[in-house]
Design a protein around this ligand. Structure first.
Ligand SMILES: Nc1nc2c(ncn2[C@@H]2O[C@H](COP(=O)(O)OP(=O)(O)O)[C@@H](O)[C@H]2O)c(=O)[nH]1
Ligand SMILES: [Mg+2]
Length: 322
């Protein structure tokens, strides 16, 4: 399932667009002579500029209509207001290009071939100016597109189990272990925010298992603005949180710190949170909902099933299961 921004087409640079418009126009002109050639060049250049600018605008999804998970994640990565502003400027420029084409086609209509050539040159200069005026906007949109295309392959409509806990408690080990056990593709990192996702299937429902290094592995007050925004996006996605603790202390974080992080995460997420004591082969010395050892393969599947149960997902079946 493509993310909201995966299919955004490349945004042309201002120079590229002007070059493309004028060379297409020159080709159209070469097929004709005299007045006809000038008329055809203005029509073609105007169309190429306005169509391309219009396409940039229409390719973007409406931020207000996006699933909150994606609109918040997008806000973590790009300045949404700046993107909106640039889209509106580019839309304005598309309209200007349209107007210039009509205006100069009108002038050429009443002109002889010589005067038509002068009008055509003026029309080109004005088209070029209009595109130049939005050069910065086109550059901003091109950059925003690059940033947003890397959004993780998470589906707001699929149930999601979010795995949290301090570094080295076993989050990645858990995601990898359950993903492998279900013969699914391994999780992969989403570098911008550190999100990684694995999948498991249970009773024909696909669950997303989301690893959260750099996000839900430290106290909220230590997150920067982008991280806070990404966590906020995650709260829209999560259907259940697995909070891993390591009672053995091998992870390097004392238990009281781990407990207060768990309380902070529980307060942020409005979904069931299960406390899981991992590395139970080393220590079980903490109150938890589940005790597991990934290295010993002890109750890993049990924890996954408990999470799936906590999600309580009821698919809309197209038919009765009978
Ligand atoms: N003894 C023991 N070590 C574990 C267990 N689960 C993970 N580890 C080890 O803990 C370390 C950190 O695990 P990792 O999955 O990278 O933690 P993350 O930082 O939370 O993703 C690795 O060396 C794992 O092999 C476990 O159940 N028992
Ligand atoms: Mg990890």
């Amino acid at each position: 399932m493509p993310t909201a921004f995966e299919d955004l087409p490349t945004t042309p640079e201002a120079d590229e667009l002007v070059d493309a418009a004028f060379s297409r126009a020159a080709r159209a002109g070469r097929a004709k002579t005299g007045w006809d050639a000038q008329e055809s060049m203005v029509r073609t250049a105007g169309n190429v500029v306005s169509d391309n600018l219009e396409n940039v605008v229409t390719a973007w999804p409406d931020f207000d209509a996006l699933d909150p998970f994606y609109s918040e994640l997008a806000a973590a990565l790009v300045d949404v207001d700046a993107v909106r502003q640039s889209l509106s400027s580019v839309g304005w420029a598309a309209g200007q290009a349209d107007d210039i084409r009509s205006e100069y086609l009108g002038k050429i209509n009443d002109a002889d071939a010589d005067l038509a050539r002068k009008h055509r040159k003026q029309a080109f200069a004005r088209l070029s100016d209009v595109v130049d005026e939005v050069a910065d906007d086109l550059a901003l949109l091109a950059e925003a597109r690059e940033d947003l295309r890397t959004l993780p392959d998470l589906d707001p409509d699929e149930p999601a189990i979010v795995v949290a806990g301090y570094p080295n408690v076993g989050k990645s080990s858990f995601v990898n272990a359950v993903t492998r056990a279900h013969n699914e593709t391994a999780s992969y990192p989403f570098t911008t925010t550190g999100l990684a996702v694995g999948h498991v299937e249970h009773r024909h429902v696909r669950y997303q298992i989301v690893d959260t290094p750099g996000l839900l592995d430290r106290p909220p007050e230590e997150r920067n603005e982008v991280e806070s925004q990404a966590v906020s996006a995650l709260t829209h996605l999560a259907d259940c949180v697995l909070f891993l603790v390591d009672a053995s202390g091998a992870c390097g974080y004392p238990l009281d710190l781990q407990s207060s992080l768990r309380d902070a995460v529980a307060a942020e997420f409005d979904v069931p949170l299960l406390t899981v004591c991992n590395k139970a082969d080393r220590s079980r010395d903490v109150e938890a909902d589940h005790y597991m050892s990934i290295t010993e393969d002890d109750d890993v599947e049990g924890v996954l099933q408990a999470a799936i149960e906590a999600v309580g997902y009821e698919p809309d079946l197209p038919f009765d299961e009978g």
